[in-house]
Design a protein around this ligand. Structure first.
Ligand SMILES: C[S@@+](CC[C@H](N)C(=O)[O-])C[C@H]1O[C@@H](n2cnc3c(N)ncnc32)[C@H](O)[C@@H]1O
Length: 342
């Protein structure tokens, strides 16, 4: 990242105020997010800090989770071969004397993807949107962050039609109850010929061949993720979204050149044919070791199990993570498509 950055946070007043009326009067256009104001976007649940706006998102948004998001980002950069994207990104963002290039990152989390893209494409404006103000205070001059819940409001993405050249939505489906509407909204704010990139990690335990792991081989691991999917469904989140990204774009209509890719990601330290996969396995293992704990408050609230039972669920999943009988894998789904010209 370059050193010439300014320190500011831009809170989108229209969208923030619609989601959190109690702070409506305190937010003005281009408001600085003071520490006191920032606090109002959070609530504590079972000792973890959660976002107050995105009611459906199951993970905390505290330091441990921010670190996990950044680690997952690093892991995915290895999957993408050192890049931050798939598809003809350079082409849709090519400099034009007549047109300001714009990038939208929905569910930007730690903001690291948005910042790195702003550095790489320094002629483009990058907006990272999240329900929680957990982004860095120092960012490239061409990057800004807006805080609102994209599931709310008459417009999920409060921008003009055809506004963006690139829209990126990664690892966000667990906070979105109406993914189909989000796809239609993304189509509206993407310019004709612009690119959308979706990426989601599966919640079903897999083998290296992307087949479901048998219950006997990893009972604790399988039971944990089965319970997680049940809890997501009971909250109105579709846990099968990662496997249906292509369909989601097809059903939104108006997207063409849809390219879907899948990658089996190793979880753990088993031997791999190359060092990149070894690194991905290590980062994925660390990612899941943190994530199991992060999901405890959500599972406790949704599953009907006692705290002791959730503890046992986590211990059994850890046991398979730490001492696997079979190598554990998950599947990353990436889809990119362009908005049709007509
Ligand atoms: C797992 S993080 C992913 C971060 C980032 N996209 C990445 O890939 O590194 C998911 C982020 O989505 C945000 N999020 C979830 N539901 C949201 C919603 N309805 N509106 C806005 N942000 C949401 C969460 O606050 C969290 O920061």
């Amino acid at each position: 990242m370059d050193l010439s950055r300014i320190v500011w946070n831009h809170v989108s007043p229209a969208s923030s105020s619609k989601s959190l009326p109690s702070i409506q009067s305190e937010l003005q256009d281009n408001d600085i997010l003071t520490p006191a104001l920032r606090k109002k976007f959070f609530k504590m649940i079972h000792g973890r800090r959660f976002g107050a706006l995105a009611k459906y998102y199951p993970c905390p948004v505290d330091e441990s989770e921010i670190e996990r998001m950044s680690r997952e980002h690093r892991m995915l950069a290895f999957v993408y071969g050192g890049k931050n994207y798939a598809g003809p990104v350079e082409q849709v963002l090519r400099k034009s004397p007549h047109k300001q290039r714009r990038i939208l990152d929905v569910g930007t989390g730690s903001g690291v993807w948005a910042c790195e893209m702003a550095d790489e494409f320094d002629h483009a404006e990058v907006i990272g949107v999240d329900a929680a103000p957990i982004q860095p205070e120092e960012m490239p001059r061409n990057c800004s962050f807006e805080i609102y819940d994209v599931t709310k409001g008459p417009q999920m993405l409060p921008y003009d039609d055809d506004y963006f050249d690139l829209i990126h939505i990664r690892s966000v489906h667990t906070g979105i109850t109406n993914y189909a509407s989000l796809m239609r909204e993304a189509r509206r704010v993407l310019r004709p010929g612009g690119l959308i990139i979706l990426a989601e990690i599966d919640t079903t335990p897999m083998t290296a061949n992307k087949e479901p792991i048998s219950l006997d081989a990893a009972p604790g691991w399988c039971e944990f993720w089965a319970e997680y999917r049940r809890c997501l469904s009971s909250r109105g989140i579709d846990p099968t979204i990662p496997t249906r990204l292509r369909q989601s774009l097809q059903q939104a209509h108006g997207f063409s050149h849809i390219v879907a890719q899948e990658a089996a990601l190793p979880i753990g330290f088993h031997p791999q044919p190359n060092v990149t996969l070894v690194t991905i396995g290590q980062l994925a293992w660390l990612n899941y070791d943190t994530l199991l704990h992060s999901l405890v408050p959500f599972l406790y609230e949704r599953s009907g199990r006692t705290y002791e039972e959730i503890d046992e669920l986590v211990s059994a999943a850890q046991s398979d993570l730490y001492n696997p009988i079979v190598p554990l894998y998950t599947c990353l789904h990436i889809v990119h498509a362009t908005k049709s010209l007509t």
